[in-house]
Design a protein around this ligand. Sequence first.
Ligand code: MEV
Length: 333
Amino acid sequence: MKREITISAPGKLMLLGEHAVVYNRPCIVTAVGQRMRATVELTEKSTFQLNAPDVQIANYQKPMDQLGIGDLPKGAKFVEIAVVNFLRSLLEYSRSDLVKPGVKVSTTSEFSSQFGFGSSSASTVCVIKALSEITEANLNNKEIFDLAYKTVLDIQGKGSGFDAAAATFGGTLYFVTGGKTIEPLNIDSLPLIVGYSGIKADTVTLINQVKEKAGGNPQAVEDIYDNIGKLVEQAKLALLGKDWQSLGELMNENQKLLTKLGVSINKLDDMIAAALKAGAYGAKLSGAGGGDCMIALAPEDKVQAVKDGITSVGGQIIEVETNAEGARIETRD
Ligand code: MEV
């Protein structure tokens, strides 16, 4: 049996459909070139050990029988609960003999956890795939996704799982809540520009904020979700047909609906307006809103102007490769 393995998984960018996808509507997500890495080792000592410098976790240790118990540090939660869920899944299949007493994990990231690129879900996927490989449990991608999504729900209580799907499968996906549909869209990379607002957003806070709004007028919010769902269907066709003009218009439409949900903020609005003024086909926030990133789709000859526009209002351009490969083995010994 292999003793140590390194797995990488990509970050993600939501293209269209955020928030509505939490409530049984579809979204479109693309995996980005920036990756998360986890090295996992099975050890003789019955201890869980974690080093995750990107989230300020150094030499975190606890006995394996305390795994998932007590107050977990924020930066350790996803990895620790991922290990718990993986071990439980082995028990379910009576394969717990596959695991040595202890597990040691180190994670590193090619992107800041501040961007909203889904570092928590990507590290969750890395750890589950690593454990699956190292124990020869040989989970398939759907099984890895299911355990990663369970981990997200155990910790956050809410979420669609789209980020775990992007980290597992990679590419660009048409995705419905909880993985009811995970359909790879056969496209090349997208002419996408990404601007970071410099403001960290908290997904659960934003989901709760929208839920509160829905409490006041549930039908209005349901109608917004329905409209987002419809434009995602149209966007899927535009994307497959490389009809960037239409896709851009649908992004603008999506942004208007997100504004109605109350999740955009002035900084994102300014960056989006600057991108459109500089000639983008379309622009919108990407993710939960409240900060993180915006995305713009632009013709080749307008790319520089759009980037300049975004920076002129205080945004930071992040170069990304879209449609990146899903979770993969980097090294093993
Ligand atoms: C957050 O990046 C996107 C949301 O739709 C949450 C989710 O889908 O899990 C707001």
